[in-house]
Design a protein around this ligand. Sequence first.
Ligand SMILES: NC(=O)C1=CN([C@@H]2O[C@H](COP(=O)(O)OP(=O)(O)OC[C@H]3O[C@@H](n4cnc5c(N)ncnc54)[C@H](OP(=O)(O)O)[C@@H]3O)[C@@H](O)[C@H]2O)C=CC1
Ligand SMILES: O=C(O)[C@@H]1CCC=N1
Length: 275
Amino acid sequence: MSTQIAGTKVAFLGTGNMAEAVLAGALASGLAPSDVVATVRRAERGEALADRYGVGTTTDNAAAVAGARIVVVGVKPKDVVALLDLVGPALEPGAVVVSVAAGLPLSLYAAHLPDGQPVVRTMPNTPAQVGAGITAVVAGPTASDDDVALVEALLAGTGETVRITEKDIDAFGALAGSGPAYVFYVVDAMAEAGVLLGLTRDVARRLAVQTVLGSGKLLAETGEHPVVLREKVSSPGGTTIRALQKLDEGGVRAAFLAALEAAQARSKELAAELG
Ligand SMILES: NC(=O)C1=CN([C@@H]2O[C@H](COP(=O)(O)OP(=O)(O)OC[C@H]3O[C@@H](n4cnc5c(N)ncnc54)[C@H](OP(=O)(O)O)[C@@H]3O)[C@@H](O)[C@H]2O)C=CC1
Ligand SMILES: O=C(O)[C@@H]1CCC=N1
């Protein structure tokens, strides 16, 4: 039988955008709100999370990890080391520490946690909030198969998971971790173009959102290559090919290649700054 998350005690330390998205997905896959403690820095954020999900909240990170089988570290990379130093002595010996941070290697976690503490490094993305995310999972050297399976069970309601090796995680983050931002950027640009053509803002945004949603669904459900689907839209001598010509002239494809390289390079810088 596959590992279930129900009945597992989970602490989310630093429950911001990404940790909230993972929390929402985990609750959808059977994690009980009463088994969750989410830590925050500001009381009003804690109240909002308690209202929205019915989970326990606190500003006390060390208290939050007591009894937790899984501890998700959701703070920004620059805040991770101080948090690990703080909570390390309070962790249950077998508790799995889950990293979501861009850049930071497993070795940094090992250096700031008790010897042998299991760590699983992940790279989620925010569509996790609606069960349509994709998360990379890297098993740390002291994480058992059961630990990794439990983390995958935590993530089951957030969408897909993919086991990868640590050498690929910066590339994964550049494509899928940051990827929703590129899509939102494109949606915004398409909507703005619709306004330029005279559509109302509401209609333009609705058209852009549904077009991206429908195109993603078409890709996923047909399994067809994006080039094939693009060609099916682009009639010879028609309207679409004129538009695509402008995107090529604007260097959009080259800009995507450079953008992902920049995101990957920034992940490596974060590791160097904090390691
Ligand atoms: N956002 C994304 O799409 C993705 C993010 N990530 C990773 O997720 C991590 C978090 O990013 P993101 O969610 O965007 O950032 P956020 O700033 O939204 O989340 C961090 C949260 O941690 C809180 N916090 C900071 N210090 C403490 C503390 N000592 N105790 C309790 N809470 C604390 C912050 O509170 P306050 O708001 O008061 O400062 C904030 O709510 C990063 O490591 C990032 O690399 C990974 C993949 C995708
Ligand atoms: O921008 C960031 O650093 C984080 C990591 C991936 C997505 N957001």
